[in-house]
Design a protein around this ligand. Structure first.
Ligand SMILES: O=C(O)CCC(=O)C(=O)O
Length: 293
């Protein structure tokens, strides 16, 4: 459980780092699961339902930048998000009824792992209320030079910034257009096994991994169960049974809680909406330079 002080820090700053949550044994299980999933990328010629590939990927020398939907594609990740360890961390921030939206595992490989341009998750998925967050599990140490995630404290209380380029949603904030001051960002440096929580409106991003070791980061997106999606959950909302199957604790409701929160719709869709990295290629001016292969 986190303390009342931790919850107050999260409410004020829009993020929280909880150090050393997972045991060495739990970390090993998760790292083994990553290795097991990665073995399936050998021979791939294009992105798939499970693998998001670096631009420099070849079938003989696989380079994966994201494992998609790890909670559905390996039991270790599905079990972790339903464990009381993670649920107890989220309850003080989201209330007693929590739903999972989705999960992803960003693999920043040594020397080239792809950057993630500045963005607010809320720009991708606005909800009827803003009790929405991402919980991140550090599978490796987050260090100065390995592309640790950075957040801008307090930005969750500001506007929802334009994430469009050429009038099309690209899932990234153009530094030249938004004029946003990224110098106030802080790097979330912590050992493997620590957990980060960031509010859906918090501005965040990360540089490429220039270090000699991997920086793997498992992310779950979760929200209060009475928050209903305004822009679907990566596709139109069609299936109540599926929606309710993602309840992690507490009760589902047919009465969304409405808050007066700023919203911009993530439309029209990116030309290639299959991945965050592909969508962000539409950005007019990049902040982080990817490493050339
Ligand atoms: O992996 C990272 O450093 C950033 C993750 C993120 O913001 C995302 O995947 O939406």
């Amino acid at each position: 459980m986190i303390s009342e002080q931790d919850a107050a820090f999260y409410r004020e700053n829009g993020y929280l780092v909880v150090r050393d949550v997972l045991s060495a044994g739990q970390l090993k299980t998760l790292r083994d699961a990553v290795a097991e999933m990665l073995a399936g990328a050998q021979g791939l010629t294009a992105n798939s339902e499970v693998y998001d590939l670096e631009d420099s990927h070849t079938p003989q020398a696989p380079r994966v930048r994201r494992l998609k939907l790890p909670h559905r594609n390996h039991p270790a990740f599905g079990e972790l998000i339903r464990s009381s360890t993670l649920i107890d961390l989220m309850r003080p921030l989201l209330g007693r009824s929590i739903r999972l939206q989705t999960s992803k595992l960003n693999l920043k490989s040594a020397g080239y792992g792809a950057p993630v341009e500045w963005h607010q998750d809320w720009a991708f998925y606005p909800y009827t209320n803003q009790d929405v967050l991402a919980l991140g599990v550090l599978l490796d140490d987050f260090k100065e030079d390995n592309g640790a995630m950075m957040v801008v404290p307090g930005s969750h209380t500001g506007p929802v910034y334009d994430h469009h380029s050429g009038r099309r949603f690209c899932g990234a904030m153009d530094p030249a257009i938004t004029g946003f001051d990224f110098s106030k960002a802080v790097k979330l440096l912590a050992p493997a096994g620590s957990i980060t929580l960031h509010h859906a409106r918090t501005v965040h991003g990360s540089a490429p991994n220039l270090s000699g070791a991997s920086r793997n980061f498992l992310l779950y997106e979760a929200m209060a169960a009475d928050a209903w999606p305004l822009a679907g959950t990566f596709g139109p909302f069609t299936d109540l049974e599926e929606f309710n199957s993602r309840l992690l604790c507490g009760e589902s409701t047919l009465q969304p809680r409405l808050e007066a929160v700023p919203v911009r719709m993530p439309l029209p869709k990116p030309l290639d909406p299959s991945s965050l990295y592909q969508s962000q290629k539409g950005l007019g001016h990049r902040y982080f330079e990817p490493v050339k292969a």
